[in-house]
Design a protein around this ligand. Structure first.
Ligand code: PXL
Length: 274
């Protein structure tokens, strides 16, 4: 059985990061091992959330795994609690990764032109160092702009999206998957492969709703499917369609919570698409 280790926070309520990654990776038929980077009472869109940084656990966990000979087919990181975790995550990957294992980095730190509340202006530079180590990075346009020192634009064209993706790839990531790409009436996910210099675009119908945690749903589904053996293009398409289905279900339910999408109700859809 394939095994992914996913490194991100656990927000006890909020439907994001590990509470999304665990069930979704399991649903793709891949084992999910975890390193919680922090424990938060809720995600950071709630007011007055608590946060305990688990930074001092990252390297002892890695060392124990190394001694036990535990291996992973992919290292998938999401929300990291602080800049000081970046070097630890890089050390962990360098210590445990074999040549064939994948490194997939979702630089979960910003959206809609703004950093999440817990991060300062220096954090994107640190996150860019981690992204430089990746086989695949999964930013949205805000994150891609922050990491490449490109002024964010609310509206942009395909040429701008390509420019930012190529800048990010020039910093070291082999493939860039841009989520929530939006221009000229089109909406979807773009892939740039720096080795072949080729692009693949997967366009979707834009649903007029925005919810928290959709990036984590996309990234967890994409990573699970890719490790399970689907092609990168198919992993993008199914992950994008599943995320859209989650948004559709949540939007159509007026009793849905504000803080995250009801990805649970669309798991049968995901299984059908596998
Ligand atoms: O979904 C990204 C995410 C993950 N973890 C925490 C967050 C967020 C986004 O705000 O606050 C704690």
């Amino acid at each position: 059985m394939k095994r992914i280790v996913t490194i991100q926070d656990i927000s006890c309520v909020g439907k994001c990061s590990l509470t999304v990654a665990l069930p979704i990776i399991s649903a793709t038929g891949v084992e999910a091992a975890i390193i919680p980077t922090a424990v938060l009472s809720t995600h950071t869109m709630f007011k007055n959330f608590t946060c305990k940084d688990l930074d001092d656990q990252i390297l002892p966990i890695a060392e124990h795994w190394k001694n036990e000979g535990i291996t992973f087919d992919a290292f998938y990181t999401g929300y990291l609690a602080s800049a000081k975790q970046i070097d630890k995550v890089i050390t962990l990957i360098n210590s445990l990764k074999r040549d064939k294992d994948l490194v997939i980095i979702d630089p979960a730190m910003a959206d809609n032109g703004k950093l999440y509340p817990a991060f300062d202006e220096n954090f994107p530079r640190e996150m860019a160092r981690l992204c430089a180590e990746a086989d695949i990075v999964l930013p949205n346009i805000t994150e891609a702009c922050y990491m490449t020192d490109t002024p964010y634009r609310e509206e942009y064209d395909e040429a701008f999206a390509k420019e930012v993706m190529e800048k990010l790839a020039a910093q070291g990531a082999k493939k860039v998957v841009l989520t929530g790409a939006q221009f000229g009436g089109k909406y979807g996910v773009m892939l740039y492969d720096s080795e072949t210099k080729e692009y693949y675009n997967y366009y979707q119908e834009k649903i007029d709703a925005a919810f928290h945690g959709t990036g984590d749903i996309f990234s967890s589904t994409f990573t699970g499917l890719l490790v399970r053996g689907k092609s990168i293009e198919e992993s993008i398409a199914v992950a994008a369609d599943y995320t859209a289905e989650c948004i559709r279900i949540t939007k159509n339910d007026d009793k849905a919570n504000w803080y995250g999408v009801d990805f649970e109700r669309a798991i049968p859809y995901l299984i059908d698409r596998m």
